[in-house]
Write a protein that binds this ligand. Structure first.
Ligand code: AP5
Length: 222
């Protein structure tokens, strides 16, 4: 019998490195990456009614209402790929109502990862961030520069990655983080997110390896 797949949540302030670490985690552990912010940006690009409404909140650095976000995430979690391979939920839940909704739907994570990064670093990370619209890969002009001239020429900046908007996003984060953390205290692992990408991944990888061993160990005793 196979061990149950991993179910992981990753959280942290804007630009704390969630998306970057998710790339590394999915590469090694094969989980399905479900990022609330990416799903919302896809709705905006598609020009849907939900996307139009979501953009108004995202422009102000506020949480998009539950009516839009909760169902969107639930559908992805229920997808056959997430059920089979396990999931890595990025940037969700961000409020106690979202965590309660998840629990009611029966989604219980094994581990809640919190990336901790000092505020002065966050602003620098936001302002230097660039995205490759072709591959979806995350870059930073200073810390993760593009590999080729061709990629450099097509990099784009997110509409909410300005000095002014990141302050609003940070404020929203501070208002909500404690309520969410209190729901997952028993399974929270705090990770120092200020080191290099690989150093941060080393800490996460250690926690995930341990968790997998526990799951497999449990399986051996039944
Ligand atoms: P979302 O897209 O989730 O944005 P966020 O939380 O602000 O986080 P980011 O995506 O900005 O950062 P990240 O932590 O992924 O960092 P990254 O790896 O890119 O949400 C956007 C908006 O959508 C919200 O404001 C809200 O309106 C709405 N929303 C989303 N979820 C919602 C929800 N659940 N409910 C309601 N509304 C919701 O890294 C940042 C930069 O730093 C990159 O350039 C990267 O290359 C660089 N970097 C990363 N790690 C390192 C490192 N170790 N060293 C040096 N540089 C690094």
């Amino acid at each position: 019998r196979k061990a149950e797949p991993l179910r992981i949540m990753i959280s942290g302030a804007p630009a704390s490195g969630k998306g970057t670490q998710c790339e590394l985690i999915t590469k090694k552990y094969g989980l399905v990456h479900i990022a609330a912010g990416d799903l919302l940006r896809a709705e905006i690009t598609a020009g849907s009614e939900n996307g139009k409404q979501a953009k108004e909140y995202m422009d102000k650095g506020q949480l998009v209402p539950d009516e839009i976000v909760v169902t969107m995430v639930k559908e992805r979690l229920n997808g056959p790929d997430s059920q089979e391979k396990g999931w890595l939920l990025d940037g969700y839940p961000r409020s106690s109502s979202q965590s309660i909704a998840l629990k009611e739907f029966g989604f219980q994570p094994d581990l809640f990862i919190l990336l901790e990064v000092p505020e002065e670093i966050l602003v620098e990370r936001v302002v230097g961030r660039r995205l490759d619209p072709v591959t979806g890969k995350i870059y930073h002009l200073k810390y993760s520069p593009p590999e080729t001239e061709e990629i450099a020429a097509r990099l784009a900046q997110r509409f909410d990655d300005t000095d002014e908007k990141v302050k609003l996003r940070l404020h929203t984060h501070h208002q909500n983080v404690e309520a969410v953390l209190s729901m997952y205290k028993d399974i929270t692992v705090k990770v120092k997110g200020s080191g290099s990408k690989q150093e941060v991944f080393g800490q996460i990888d250690g926690a995930l390896t341990q968790l997998l061993e526990q799951k497999q160990g449990k399986l051996g005793t039944v």
